[in-house]
Structure formats: C-alpha cells, structure tokens
Write a protein that binds this ligand. Structure first.
Ligand code: ATP
Length: 346
C-alpha cells in the first residue's frame, strides 16, 4: 500500500487533480491510500502561511505527493509560491525535475514531417540550485544607479547528483543516449563545473552515448529535429525554458506532466501548467497533464503496469477526440476525466 498526499492547490489545480485521482484509483485500485491537504491560497490568506509549521514533516510520512498548481490573483505569487511549491522542492530536497516528452498522438506534434511517436525523450532539470536558488539582492532600489544581483549557485554535489541520475536514466532506456546542455562558453565558472563533472562521469558509463551541447544549440536542435534526443540533463533555468519549448512538441501546456524527485526517498508529481486563472472554474482545463503526472507517480511507486494503462487511456482519449478546447475539442474537464475512468475500468 502506498500513501499519497494530495494537494490540489489553486485554480485549475482543483479541477485537474480530482481527475488524476480518479484515473489513478481506476488503474491501481486499493493499492493506494489518499490523504487530502487544503494548502492553497485560501489557507494562506487565513493563516498567513502556505502550510503549517510542521508541513514538511507531515509530507515526509508519505510515499508520494500529487500536486495541482499554486497561484491566485489575490496574492503576490512569489511570496506564496515560495511558501508552498518551492518550499516543498527545496525543503524535501527534490533535486531532479523530470519531464517526459512523448506526444500521445500525431496530431499533437506541430512539426511538419515528424510523427508524434518518433519523439520520445526525457529532460532532467536540476531543481534546487542554479539561478533559481533565490540568492541575490537589490542595492539602491528604485534609483537610476540601482544594482540587481541574482546569483547562479552551483555546487559539485548538486551538479554531480543530477548528472549521475541522468546517466543512470539513459543507461536504462533502449537508446542509451544522453545530452548535457549548459552555457560553459559564456558562464565559464558555474557551467565550467557542469562540463568538468560531465567529463568525469562519462567514462564511468561507457554504455551511454553521451554528448554535450550548449543550451542555445539544444533549443535550435529541439525544434529542427527532436527525434535525436533520448535523455537531456541541464540546469534549473535552462531546464525551465527548454521544457516549455518541449511541451509545445507534445500538444501544449495542458498535456505536459512532471515529477520532482529525490530518488529512493520521495516524489512530487504535478502537471507543468500553472493555476491558469483565465480558465479556472469553467470546466475547460485539460486534465491530461495531471492524469499523466499520476501515471509518472505510479511508475515511481513501482506500479508500472497501472501507469501504462493510464497512458493508453489518455492516448485513446486524444485519438478519439475526447479533448478539451485547448486541443480543439468541446469536452469538459469532468467529462473527459469520466471517459478516461470508464475506459480504465472497462
Ligand atoms: P500561474 O501564475 O499559476 O503559472 P499562468 O496563467 O501564468 O498561471 P499557466 O497556468 O501555465 O500560467 O497558463 C498559461 C496559459 O496556458 C493560460 O492561457 C492557460 O489558460 C493555459 N493553460 C494552462 N493549463 C491549461 C490546461 N490544463 N488546459 C488548458 N489550458 C491551460
């Protein structure tokens, strides 16, 4: 029995997370036990904090966390997000952000002459340091001579563990290919470390065909011909940008799933999109990003067969036109989720 903490959060998170729970329940049945947490914008406005003081301790007792989205027009997003999503990523040391890129159907891939099933890669993004470590400050704020500093923090431990995970991931995939992307040409100190670590690790994985690309060249190649990629590893900032680009290859933000992992310890699974206030509460959000995130969670929990069933049901939904407006369909979030649940229970 795996114990799962559910935090739907805000906006469309409250619509797509119940859809994901329905799919996971239908596929994995009694093997999962769910506990819901109401840590969202309302909680923040009531308590002045996004979670209780022992929130992280509570979460550590679970095997996985299923998360929706954080963001509310009533609150300055940074302060609140820092107290919820970023607190979990950093506090639980979820150092690897994993995003699979695999269009479920040909018509989701916008590139001419490339079939959806020819694209199948994962991006591993460093998730706890780099340019998003939050270290910096402003000096002489608001004056013409203002100085703003955002530090790009890279530790050998942090760089090595994400790259090692990428080599291990590549080793287990059929094509066994890895690309490490950095900007060591323009950022010789921080990304020089990435390149040195990469060159140290590469001989330890002779079965992996591992190469290096500058992040800008990788962006170019990802659009020119994404079929060449198998596993990509990169820093926090570049991973953020490249995975949004990659999401466009698989049908948009509503389709993209992600995992925040500390392998062997804990995983937090969430759709890539945010709270989408423009469509929240209107039964228009695409639930597939969240449903596919639940499939990633089942994989992490050792329930690979149930995960494959969810992916197959999601692919069938797209194939048969059971889609929300972002994919050109006229199905509602709930109706789409019900269709997938029914198919899983059939
Ligand atoms: P946040 O501040 O929480 O990140 P946002 O609106 O800035 O919210 P997203 O939530 O990622 O960022 O939304 C970006 C765009 O993508 C919006 O126009 C939104 O409607 C659309 N979008 C996001 N998620 C979905 C979804 N599940 N289904 C359909 N459209 C979506």
């Amino acid at each position: 029995m795996s114990r799962i903490a559910v935090i739907a959060g805000d906006g469309v998170g409250r619509e797509v997370v119940p859809a994901a729970v329905r799919a996971a329940r239908a596929a994995a049945g009694e093997r999962l036990e769910w506990t819901e947490f109401d840590w969202n914008a309302d909680y923040f406005l009531r308590h002045g904090a996004a979670m209780p003081p022992d929130g992280l301790e509570q979460l550590r007792r679970f095997d996985a966390i299923l998360f929706g989205a954080v963001g509310d027009p009533r609150i300055g997003t940074h302060e609140y997000a820092a107290g919820l999503l970023l607190k979990m990523r950093f506090g639980l040391d979820l150092y690897a952000n994993l995003r699979p890129v695999r269009p479920l159907d040909d018509r989701l891939c916008p590139l001419r002459g490339i079939r959806g099933d020819e694209i199948d890669f994962v991006v591993l993004r460093e998730n706890t340091e780099g340019a998003y470590a939050g270290i910096g400050g402003n000096f002489k704020s608001g004056r013409s001579e203002e100085v703003a500093i955002e530090l790009d923090l890279n530790t050998r431990l942090g760089v090595e563990r994400i790259q090692r995970l990428a080599f291990e991931t590549a080793r287990q995939r059929p094509r066994r290919r890895l690309v490490m992307a950095d900007k060591s040409n323009a950022m010789p100190h921080a990304h020089g470390l990435w390149l040195r670590v990469f060159r140290e690790l590469r001989p330890q994985y002779p079965e992996v065909e591992a190469g290096h690309l500058y992040a800008d060249a990788l962006a170019y190649q990802m659009v020119r011909d994404p079929r060449q990629f198998d596993v990509i590893v990169t820093s926090n900032l570049f991973g953020d940008l490249l995975t949004d680009l990659a999401a466009a290859l698989q049908g948009g933000l509503g389709m993209a799933a992600s995992a925040n992992l500390h392998p062997g310890r804990l995983g937090l699974f969430e759709p890539v999109h945010g709270s989408a206030p423009d469509i929240a509460g209107r039964n228009r959000a695409n639930p597939l990003g969240a449903i596919l995130s639940a499939a990633l969670m089942l994989d992490f929990l050792g329930l690979g067969e149930a995960a494959r069933q969810i992916e197959a049901a999601a692919a069938a939904a797209v194939r048969e036109g059971v889609t929300t407006p972002d994919l050109g369909g006229n199905w509602g979030t709930m109706e789409c989720a019900a269709w997938i649940e029914k198919r899983l229970r059939a």
